[in-house]
Design a protein around this ligand. Structure first.
Ligand code: F6R
Length: 587
C-alpha cells in the first residue's frame, strides 16, 4: 500500500509533504518522492529508501513552492528503483502524479499511449495516469475534463493526486481512500488523515467515484459525469498525541503498552450500537466471519466464543479464501468482517461478494471512516486510535474485547466478562516486561520457534507465530496442541524451542501432557501459564482468571513483547518490517 499526499496553501509545500510522508510511512516504504511547483516550474525529486534517508540524500524538504504532491511507495508493478518511485511526470513536466492502488488495464493503456508517441520513464502501472491526464488536457484544454476522461479509462483500484502546471491540484478515488484536509493555511489531499492531522482535524472523506479539484482556495468535488457532489466536512476524532512515539523507541512498543487503555476504550460501546449488531447477528441463519492475518485470528477466537457461549455456530474464513467458499449465501446469512484498517482488499472483496448475494454485513473495525465501515449494515469501532506499527497489536486485543462483549450480551452474561479483573491482569502483564525481554535475549539466535495451544489458545499460538515471523524474521509456527502427535512431534529434539500456552482452564491437563512429550524429546519448553510447572525450562507467569475465555487477551501480550524484543535484539526495525505494509489494499 502506498501513501499519497497533495498540498496547496500559504506555507512552503515541501517540508509539509516530507513530514506528512513520514507520518504515513507505515503504509509502505520502499521509495519516496516529492514534486513541487514554483513559478510554473515543476520540480521532482525521488529515490529509493525510507523518507528520512531519501530526504537526507535529496534534500526534498528544501524544494521551493507552495503547491506539491508526495508519495511513499510499496512496490507492486516494477522493481524498487529510483525511476519507479513516484511522482511520475508527463508532458514535459507539465503534470505530475502520485498514485495508490493498481491499474489493471495499464498494459493496454500504455500500448495505446506509446503508439501516440508518449515515452514512459518507469515500469509502473501508475505512469499511465500522468500521460492520460496530459493527453486529455491537450484534447479538452480543461483540467476537469482531463480528470473525468482519465478516470473513465482506468480499471482497477486507485486514488491519485495530480499537480498541474497552472497550480491546480486534482485527485480522484476509486476503491482506495482519499481524504481532503481543510486547514486554515491550505488544503491537503491525502490517503490517510495522518497525512494532515498535524495541521487540521477537519476532513472531507471522498467516496468511490469522486473527483476533486483544489484551486484558488476552494475545493470542488464532482462525479465521473462532472455533476457536483456534496460531501460534509467532518471532525476527525484522533489526536496528534496518538500518532507520536512519545517516550518510546518504537510505535510497536508504545502500542503494546497502550493496551491497558485501548481495551477499556473497546469496552466503551454505545448500547444501541451493540444492540443493533446483536439483533442482526441473532436473526441470522448462517454466520461467517472473515478477516486477514491478525484479524483472521480474531475471527477464529470469535468462532469458539460465539459457539460456546452464545450458541451461534460460526464459520471463520480467511478473506483471501472467501471467493472459493462464500458463493452460496442468501438474505438469511450474515458476514462479520473484522479489520483494523477497514481497507484490506481481500476483506472488502469478501464483503462485496456477500453483499451482492443480499447478505447482511456486520463489521468490527478500527478506522470507522473506512470503506468497510461504510459498506456495513452495522459496525462496532474498536476505538484503538491510530495503529502505526505495521504489526497489529492493540487492535487485536480490542477486537477480542468486542467479540467478548457480543458473546456476553447474546449469552446473557454467561461469558462472565469481568472488566475490572481483565484490565488489572493486562496491566500486570505490561508492568513486568523483563522476563520476556530476558527470554528474547536467550532465544535471539534460534532459527525456529513453535507455539502450542488448544481451543481458544490455538488462534493465539498462530497470532504469536505471526508476530515473531513478521517482526523478528524468525521462522515460527503455531501448532494446535492436540495435533502434535499427528506430525509436528517429529520436529522435537535438542535445541527445539516450544512455547506452550497453558493456563489453568479446560485445556490445561491435555496441554501439560504435550509439554512432557516435548520435553522427553530433549526440546526446550517455555510455559506461558498461571502456575509454574517442573516441565518448564522457562516460565512466563500470567495472572489467574476466573473465566477461561479471557486468557487469550492476557497470553498474547508476552508473545507480542517477545516478537518486539527479538526484533530489537536482532537490530531490525520492529515498526517497519521488510516487505510488509500496514494495510494490504492490493490482491
Ligand atoms: C499482522 C498484521 C496483518 C493484518 C492484516 C489485516 O501483524 O498486521 O496480518 O492483520 O493485513 O489487516 P486489517 O486488520 O487492517 O484488515
Amino acid at each position: 500500500m502506498c501513501s499519497i499526499i497533495g498540498y496547496k496553501g500559504k506555507d512552503f509545500a515541501a517540508p509539509i509533504l516530507v513530514n506528512s510522508l513520514k507520518r504515513m510511512e507505515y503504509r509502505g516504504y520502499d521509495s519516496v518522492g516529492v514534486a513541487t511547483l514554483d513559478e510554473g516550474k515543476l520540480l521532482v525529486r525521488k529515490g529509493t529508501g525510507k523518507v528520512a534517508e531519501v530526504n537526507n540524500k535529496l534534500d526534498m524538504s528544501h524544494m521551493s513552492g507552495h503547491i506539491g504532491i508526495g508519495h511513499t511507495r510499496w512496490a507492486t508493478h516494477g522493481g524498487v528503483t529510483d525511476k519507479n518511485a513516484h511522482p511520475h511526470a508527463a508532458g514535459d513536466n507539465k503534470i505530475a502524479v502520485v498514485h495508490n492502488g493498481i491499474i489493471e488495464n495499464y498494459k493496454e493503456l500504455k500500448a495505446e499511449l506509446i503508439k501516440e508517441g508518449y515515452i514512459f520513464a518507469s515500469e509502473t502501472d501508475s505512469e499511465v495516469i500522468a500521460h492520460l491526464l496530459h493527453r486529455y488536457y491537450i484534447e479538452t484544454e480543461s483540467i476537469k475534463q482531463s480528470l473525468i476522461k482519465t478516470c473513465k479509462r482506468l480499471q482497477g483500484a486507485y486514488a491519485f493526486v495530480a499537480v498541474f502546471q497552472d497550480g491546480t491540484i486534482g485527485g480522484a478515488r476509486y476503491e482506495e481512500p482519499l481524504i481532503i484536509g481543510v486547514a486554515k493555511e491550505g488544503y491537503f489531499v491525502s490517503s490517510d488523515v495522518l497525512g494532515f492531522l498535524e495541521h487540521t482535524d477537519k476532513a472531507i472523506f471522498l467516496d468511490n467515484g469522486d473527483i476533486t479539484i483544489v484551486d484558488n482556495d476552494k475545493v470542488e468535488i464532482f462525479d465521473f459525469e462532472g455533476n457536483p457532489v456534496n460531501r460534509p466536512i467532518t471532525q476527525v476524532a484522533w489526536e496528534l498525541g496518538d500518532i507520536d512515539k512519545g517516550k518510546y523507541a518504537h510505535h510497536t512498543l508504545k502500542e503494546i503498552d497502550e493496551q491497558k487503555l485501548s481495551i477499556i476504550r473497546a469496552y466503551n460501546q454505545e448500547e444501541e450500537k451493540i444492540d443493533e449488531f446483536c439483533k442482526i447477528l441473532s436473526a441470522a441463519k448462517n454466520v461467517y466471519i472473515v478477516g486477514s492475518g491478525t484479524s483472521y485470528h480474531s475471527a477464529l477466537v470469535a468462532k469458539h466464543v460465539l459457539g460456546r457461549y452464545a450458541k451461534i455456530r460460526v464459520e471463520a474464513i480467511m478473506s483471501s479464501e472467501s471467493k472459493y467458499i462464500l458463493s452460496s449465501l442468501d438474505k438469511d446469512s450474515v458476514v462479520i468482517a473484522i479489520s483494523q484498517s477497514g481497507e484490506t482488499a481481500d476483506v472488502l472483496d469478501s464483503v462485496r461478494l456477500a453483499k451482492n448475494q443480499g447478505t447482511k454485513i456486520l463489521s468490527i473495525v478500527n478506522v470507522t471512516t473506512s470503506s468497510l465501515a461504510r459498506m456495513s449494515d452495522s459496525f462496532l469501532g474498536t476505538n484503538s486510535g491510530p495503529e502505526i506499527g505495521v504489526a497489529a497489536t492493540k487492535s487485536f486485543t480490542a477486537q477480542l474485547i468486542i467479540i467478548y462483549s457480543i458473546a456476553d450480551k447474546l449469552s446473557e452474561g454467561k461469558l462472565g466478562l469481568d472488566k475490572e479483573k481483565l484490565i488489572h491482569a493486562v496491566d500486570r502483564m505490561l508492568s513486568n516486561k523483563s522476563t520476556v525481554e530476558r527470554l528474547a535475549q536467550e532465544l535471539k539466535n534460534h532459527k525456529d520457534l513453535y507455539i502450542l495451544g488448544r481451543f481458544l489458545h490455538y488462534p493465539i499460538a498462530l497470532e504469536g507465530a505471526l508476530k515473531v515471523k513478521e517482526l523478528a524474521y524468525v521462522h515460527a509456527e503455531g501448532i494446535a496442541a492436540g495435533e502434535l502427535k499427528h506430525g509436528p512431534l517429529a520436529l522435537m529434539e535438542k535445541n527445539t524451542v516450544v512455547m506452550i500456552l497453558n493456563p489453568h482452564d479446560s485445556t490445561f491437563n491435555d496441554t501439560i501432557s504435550n509439554a512432557h512429550e516435548i520435553k522427553a524429546r530433549g526440546a526446550t519448553v517455555v510455559g506461558i501459564s498461571d502456575s509454574k510447572e517442573d516441565v518448564y525450562d522457562y516460565w512466563i507467569p500470567i495472572p489467574a482468571l476466573s473465566e477461561e475465555a479471557l486468557y487469550p487477551i492476557v497470553e498474547v501480550i508476552p508473545l507480542q513483547l517477545l516478537a518486539y524484543y527479538l526484533a530489537v535484539g536482532k537490530n531490525v526495525d520492529p515498526d517497519y518490517p521488510r516487505n510488509l505494509a500496514k494495510s494490504v489494499t492490493v490482491r
